[in-house]
Ligand binder design. Sequence first.
Ligand SMILES: [Zn+2]
Length: 242
Amino acid sequence: MIKTLGLILKKQSIGETDRIITILSPSLGKKRVVARAVRKPLSKLSGHLDTFMISQLILTDENELPKVTSAVLVESFESLRASLPLVEQAYAISKITERVILEDVPQQTMFRITVDALSRIDEGVAWPNVWLRYLGEVTKQLGLQLGDFTCRICGKKITDTAYWDQLERGFTCTSCPAKIGRQLSVQAIKVLFLLSKQQYVVVQRAKLNQQVASEVEEVLLREITEWFNRPWTSYRGLGNQS
Ligand SMILES: [Zn+2]
């Protein structure tokens, strides 16, 4: 028997009354498990295995599709799960988490980052702030955080609008002749700087203008999703106002 916490990422019905459930576990990573008879009216498991719940699970020892023998709800994220807009926010988070996490490999950090984002959604924290913080944490986890805020040609500190070259992973200032990459507003660069320094308190308090939030989202999503098989735009969390 294996005991683990599991965040329920998704569920899929099989057979008459069973379900295959994809969980994120701090110790097992992404794992597909079977919940037998969970769709029967009196199932003891059913109230503990819904999407975006965290439960303490006991699993059988099989490596492939272990069965859930017991589930005890630890966190229900009740406000989140009762609101359709909040559920959509949670899906934006879980869509990325699911692509980033590995199967059968411990994923303590991604578990923490994901649960942290869901808790903030549940508490009603402004969505752009939760989302950008989450994306910032994921880039850090993947070793893709923006670290150098100096011009890669002249070496000057970036204090104004500048160009971000994703290929070279560096900024170029507007005084230098080579303008490669996408131009970012000074406000977006400032938010990226705060996220890279993990000054979340400042980011959290900042009233993020929609345009700036979208710019930051695009930079971070392009970094994270570069090797995904779908374009960054299909992972957007801030609407499609481009
Ligand atoms: Zn320069």
